[in-house]
Write a protein that binds this ligand. Sequence first.
Ligand code: NAD
Ligand code: UDP
Length: 336
Amino acid sequence: MKILLTGGAGYIGSHTCVELLDQGYEVVIADNFDNSSKKVLDRIKKITGKNVILYEIDVKDKMDVDKLFDEQKIEAVIHFAGFKAVGESCAFPVKYYRNNVDTTLTLLESMKEHNVNNFVFSSSATVYGIPESVPLQEWMKPGCINPYGRTKYVNELILKDAADADENLSVVLLRYFNPIGAHKSGLIGESPSGIPNNLMPYITQVAVGKLEQLGIFGDDYETRDGTGVRDYIHVVDLAKGHLKAIEYALSHKGCELFNLGTGTGYSVLDIVKAFEKANDIKIPYTIKPRRAGDIAEFYADPKKANKELNWHTENTLEDMCRDSWNWQKKNPNGYE
Ligand code: NAD
Ligand code: UDP
């Protein structure tokens, strides 16, 4: 069975690609390498011994996407392609809406014309906004607080409307919590450009000596140690969730939404301590003011995905810390 991964050269897409190939699926990647490297494809081959079919295209481009569906018999699409930096989305909202919404519209149009009926979408837990309570459950009211989050919510609305109007279409919306970690081989991982915004790549860059010390954004939140709490999930567990989502899409019609998280919240200090213990490396840090827009505590209730997708996370926080470091130390400059 052939699956199209848009944005398949990116962080989550490349890990999902490996899991799909390992399970015997054929994979077609459509990526314009706006935020990824072509080296990923060799690394995927090294891990799996298998080739993927690459279309170096912009997924907004209807003619190129039509050509792909003309040439390849695709059974399901996992749509990862998009921009994901919250700060940049505040500075350039139109750029974000254009890329994150147009790619979906193009895919939906072309899929309908080519009778491709299974769509899995990379949404984000950021759609929940500031939670009234945790853990977050799928029925809770969305409250996006930045343009990036709103592009994800707009996508969810479009996809729900499309599924409501087309009895053949099956859509699975996945709200990811905080993916970290890397494939155990250390051959693929997250390769942010510039200074990382996210916690784990910042920590690994301190560990490798590229950054001097971690700044912890606030220690006066109403959490057990005052630092922000998040639901960190190993990217390989997240990738495996996509295989379950495809199985679900193939056997159900309509549109369904699932959280992909572990259900456990860890604080920034928990992560620092776990990283130090797992890898026997000291991470110097200093306490800084709160980062604008940050939320105190944010973690998933993953029961719906556990039950309906039959998906469970397997990796511990120690695994996440070890694998993040393994990737970083083997690739101090990412894919560069
Ligand atoms: P990533 O930037 O590593 O991967 C995205 C890929 O899409 C890149 O390879 C990029 O080159 C490609 N791309 C972007 N626009 C494109 C276009 N118009 N045409 C073709 N290719 C295009 O990001 P990621 O971390 O792998 O995230 C994948 C998806 O998951 C994104 O939609 C992101 O918003 C969503 N998501 C990510 C996180 C996270 O923390 N990483 C959390 C929640 C949701
Ligand atoms: N964080 C931090 N220092 C950093 C990056 C992040 O203290 O350099 C904190 C941040 O305030 C939050 C947690 O780490 O409490 C996770 O942040 P990240 O940006 O990785 O994820 P998000 O906030 O988008 O969930």
